[in-house]
Design a binder for this molecule. Structure first.
Ligand code: GRG
Length: 304
């Protein structure tokens, strides 16, 4: 995949991912009110979806981007790592609602509205999104990237220009024949934008230089697109057990996906090509980008 020689790390990628995932899980459990806090229904619903064991890709990228920019102490990075996971989880809770994608299974569990009802699920999503900004407000940001910048970028990414724009385009695409450009437009907003944000928040809190920030932004755009192309492919090739969500849904709903437009083989090639572009984007970071390269290559091979 890459011509660069792999640099040895004291711990392998899988133990790194496992250790970071545990760190994120502990921080997430503290990031929202306990299930016993009144009103208990909403906090149980938030925790049901948030603590259901997703891959935690976005927060891990936040931590890895900060490390790639020289951060040693991750304590000040964790609120941002949790914030991106809260926003991501909110989008999943709302996307699963009957008025959106109407799904029963997420992260291997019944979806939020299946357990708590639609009203509480809407509110749980709202509360997760709101709490994300509360977490960001606790960050000690460096002078180069003030807190107001971090908050503004997060609001723009979660708002009507990116994440919601992607969802709107996805809804309006139903029943229409889309070009590859249309599908890419949706994927860049629905998926890649949050991945770019995850990396940029970690980098900015670690006081990234302009060239480090640019490298990580370019990396995130390609990684995010490759991740979604793979997600499209796995919808066709993997089982619901492997995915922890309903497989074959895109196909059934005639969704805008890379395999639908290009076919499975060409979609696979596109995912590889886009991953290679992601790896090239990391070159300005030198050895410090090696962990992120490993993550990108690992994601290309994922089965769920
Ligand atoms: C704003 C309501 C609303 C929706 C935004 C994110 C989104 C659009 C819809 C969710 C469904 C979907 C297919 C999103 C694309 C991004 C994606 C691949 C999400 C799943 O991410 P993973 O695989 O999930 O990282 P886990 O559960 O591991 O965190």
């Amino acid at each position: 995949m890459t011509s660069r020689k792999a640099i040895r790390h004291p711990d392998g990628l899988s133990s790194y991912l496992e250790e970071r995932r545990k760190l994120v899980e502990r921080a997430l459990a503290r990031s929202v009110p306990a299930a016993s806090v009144c009103p208990v229904t909403i906090h149980r619903a938030m925790r049901h979806s948030l603590l259901a064991g997703g891959k935690r890709l976005r927060p891990i990228l936040t931590l890895a981007a900060a490390e790639a920019c020289g951060a040693k102490d991750l304590k000040n990075i964790l609120p941002a790592a949790c914030a991106v996971e809260l926003i991501h989880t909110y989008s999943l809770v709302h996307d699963d609602l009957p008025c959106m994608d109407d799904d029963d299974l997420r992260r291997g569990r019944p979806t939020c509205h299946k357990v708590f009802g639609e009203g509480i699920a809407v509110l749980a999503g709202d509360a997760l999104l709101t709490q994300a900004f509360g977490l960001l407000a606790t960050i000690k940001a460096p002078q180069r990237h003030p807190l107001s910048r971090l908050l503004a970028e997060t609001a723009e990414t979660a708002g009507s220009l990116q994440l919601i724009a992607g969802q709107v385009a996805d809804i309006e695409a139903e029943g229409r024949k889309l070009s590859l450009g249309d599908v890419r437009f949706i994927h860049e907003r629905k998926t890649a934008a949050m991945i770019v944000l995850s990396l940029r928040l970690g980098a900015m809190i670690a006081n990234a230089t302009p060239s480090q920030l640019k490298a990580l932004t370019d990396f995130g755009r390609s990684l995010g697109l490759a991740f979604q192309i793979l997600d499209d492919i796995l919808d066709v090739t993997a089982t619901s057990e492997q995915l922890g969500k309903s497989a074959g849904k895109d196909l059934k709903a005639a969704k805008a996906t890379y395999p639908a437009v290009l076919g499975l083989e060409a979609a696979r090639k596109e995912a590889e090509k886009t991953t290679r572009a992601a790896l090239r984007a990391l070159q300005p970071l030198g050895a410090r980008g090696e962990r992120l390269s490993e993550i990108a290559e690992f994601l290309l091979k994922r089965q769920g």
